[in-house]
Ligand binder design. Structure first.
Ligand code: E4P
Length: 214
């Protein structure tokens, strides 16, 4: 399974990348705005820090604007992936961009049908939003499971990025269900390797060692 970092914070990316755990990075306009930095500058810096794909989202809503923005973003780095919203105009843009060899990640996917449309249009990645579906009391895990089954059944190469991940349980659940990738906020990532019993165990071993040495 691949892990992406769902952040544009360069310190977080550097810290977790040093552990060999970062296969890619995803951003969106909200994530970029939190850094208060120039869009192109921050994406270019992240693309230089990691070798994997780095998603940068378009703002335009019509196909022509999306394609124009995407062509510009694609020139920023070899490992940049253009994030396109799941709309009719977005699908048209994805279809055009895939013919030009520009990699895309279709975002804001909430149903199997939307994921299937994105794959068929030529998306390299599709991002179903787990947390936002949970927020409206809808079975987000069924979406991951069923979308994975459908894309595998028809041999699509499109990879599923489980997005809008809010908890350790989400990561474990989407891993069990075969999501190709989970994109995880920087603040949540340390919870993947931490456990209070691990910390308590280290402290008790050290305490016993001190007593033994006396
Ligand atoms: C990543 O691709 C998504 O934009 C992100 O995971 C959305 O997360 P949120 O629903 O917590 O804002």
């Amino acid at each position: 399974m691949k892990f992406f970092l769902d952040t544009a914070n360069v310190s977080e990316i550097k810290r977790i990348n040093e552990l060999g755990l970062v296969d890619g990075v995803t951003t969106n306009p909200t994530i970029i705005s939190k850094e208060g930095r120039d869009f192109k500058e921050v994406i270019t810096e992240i693309c230089g820090l990691i070798t994997g794909p780095v998603s940068a989202e378009v703002i335009g809503l019509d196909t022509e604007s999306m394609v124009k923005e995407a062509r510009g973003i694609a020139k920023w780095a070899d490992n940049v992936v253009v994030k396109i919203p799941m709309t009719e105009d977005g699908l048209r843009a994805v279809n055009q961009l895939s013919k030009e060899g520009i990699k895309t990640n279709v975002t804001l996917v909430f149903t199997v049908a939307q994921g299937l449309m994105a794959a068929k249009a030529g998306a390299d990645y599709v991002s179903p939003f787990v947390g936002r579906l949970d927020d409206i009391a809808t079975d987000s895990l069924a979406l991951i499971k069923n979308l994975k089954q459908v894309l595998t059944q028809y041999n699509y190469q499109t990879e599923i990025i489980a997005a809008s991940i809010r908890s350790l349980k989400h990561v474990e659940d989407v891993a069990e269900l075969g999501s190709d990738i989970a994109t995880i906020p920087g603040s949540l990532f340390p919870k993947l390797w931490s456990h209070p019993l691990t910390e308590a165990g280290i402290q008790s071993f050290l305490k016993d060692w001190e007593v033994f040495k006396q």
